[in-house]
Design a protein around this ligand. Structure first.
Ligand SMILES: Cc1ncc(COP(=O)(O)O)c(C=O)c1O
Length: 399
């Protein structure tokens, strides 16, 4: 049977692709060695730097985020290198497994998944490493499995306070274009990004933003690499080209998405995400449910993971929401499978889409017979209806 209206894709990525981006990609396939392509190549290679907030090179791969994780490790490190990683959740765990498979020696700082990185633990571990045997610290900025973010500025300060020379590698696959991020200012060496979340594109592109220190490390790094090699990419990129066939139509979409982010203004984009996350948490509390992230300073503005009450099945609840209201919510992953559901509120998203999303959750709780309080949606609407700009203007007039 046909389902009328638009599907609500409220997983924390891939996200809704705006019509403008879809239209920008709706182009004939082009010659990727032509001068016309070089113009597009320069446009996206320059433009993407403004999103990472870097003046250094950003490598663009025709791959999902997992590819860019691998690229970061194989370009900058050598077999057996000791890397310090932090168990913020499922994605940090996958990155660690990958590091092990590539022949690195990952050390994992463990956690209960309910907050982001504790910079004090990183600092203490690095201070202990008198021989400077740790070659990289790898952290996930926005842990998509838990809805916890990490303060990358604080991780940077922890590394500096320990006087350690390790590279800092950060996964921003689920934060770039949604949550404030500053590659240069925070002294990150390799930032890993992906297309399908805050950048509002389909899956299929991923990124490595590079510092000078990362580039220097790559000159002596000995892990085998071919497809991912920065040294093959960068000379071609300097002329607007790629060493192999790029994902041309996704690059048209990328150029459009970068323009859209700047038209709105990056600070406004981040404020919009912060506001939607706050409204969502108010709804969750209104239902008497628990936000999975327990550290308010680490609340994610891109998604909210919600703990199911009294051992109820999150997957059963999600199925009811999908069948009844045509809305996909994110599932719990590995350790927290069936225990949490995740509400994605990132990407091309506005107040009424959030109101619809939260209404679908509230109706789903009712249908699934999940015990919950009334008034979650109302609490979110009350928050969204409040216009801080109007209140400020009112205050100014009163003076
Ligand atoms: C934080 C984070 N890291 C890595 C990945 C893996 O990226 P991909 O599935 O695009 O390979 C994801 C995917 O959701 C993610 O959210």
């Amino acid at each position: 049977m046909r389902t009328a209206g638009r599907h609500f894709l409220q997983i924390p990525g891939p996200t809704n692709v705006p019509d403008r981006v879809l239209r920008a990609m709706d182009m004939p396939t082009m010659d990727h060695r032509s001068e016309a392509f070089a113009k597009l190549g320069h446009r996206v290679l320059d433009g993407i730097k403004t999103i990472f907030k870097t003046s250094g090179p950003v490598v663009i791969y025709p791959a999902s985020g997992t590819g860019a994780w691998e690229a970061a490790l194989v370009n900058a490190l050598s077999p057996g290198d000791h890397v310090l990683m932090y168990e913020t959740g499922h994605f940090a765990s996958l990155w660690r497994t990958m590091a092990g498979r590539l022949g690195l020696d990952p050390e994992f700082i463990q956690s209960d998944w309910r907050s982001g990185v504790d910079p004090a633990e990183v600092e203490a571990r690095l201070k202990d490493d008198k021989a400077q045997s740790i070659k990289a610290v790898c952290v996930v900025h926005n842990e998509t499995s838990t809805g916890c973010t990490s303060r990358i500025d604080e991780v940077r300060r922890a590394i500096d306070a320990a006087g350690h020379t390790a590279l800092l590698m950060v996964d921003t696959i689920a934060s770039l274009g949604s949550i404030d991020y500053r590659h240069d200012e925070w002294g990150v060496d390799v930032t890993v990004g992906g297309s399908q979340k805050g950048l509002m594109l389909p899956p299929g592109l991923s990124f490595n933003a590079l510092s000078e220190k990362a580039l220097k490390a790559s000159q002596s790094a000995r892990l085998p690499k071919a497809f991912w090699a920065w040294e093959e990419m960068l000379p071609a990129n300097a002329k607007g080209f790629f060493p192999y066939t790029p994902a041309t139509n996704l690059l048209y979409g990328l150029a459009e998405a970068i323009d859209m982010l700047h038209e709105e203004g990056l600070d406004n984009v981040f404020a919009r995400h912060d506001r939607h996350a706050e409204a969502t948490r108010r709804a969750v509390r209104g239902w008497g449910l628990e936000v999975f992230c327990t550290e308010p300073r680490h609340y994610s503005s891109a998604l909210t993971a919600v703990l199911m009450p009294g051992g109820q099945s999150a997957d059963h609840f999600r199925k009811i929401v999908l069948d009844a209201f045509d809305m996909s919510l994110g599932s719990g992953l590995t350790k927290i499978a069936d225990k949490v559901f995740r509400i994605g509120h990132l990407g091309d998203f506005n107040d009424l889409m959030l109101a619809g999303t939260l209404s679908g959750v509230e109706m789903g709780l009712e249908r699934a017979g999940v015990p919950h309080g009334k008034g979650g949606v109302q609490a979110a609407l009350n928050f969204l209806a409040f216009d801080p700009a109007a209140t400020e203007a009112e205050g100014e007039r009163a003076h």
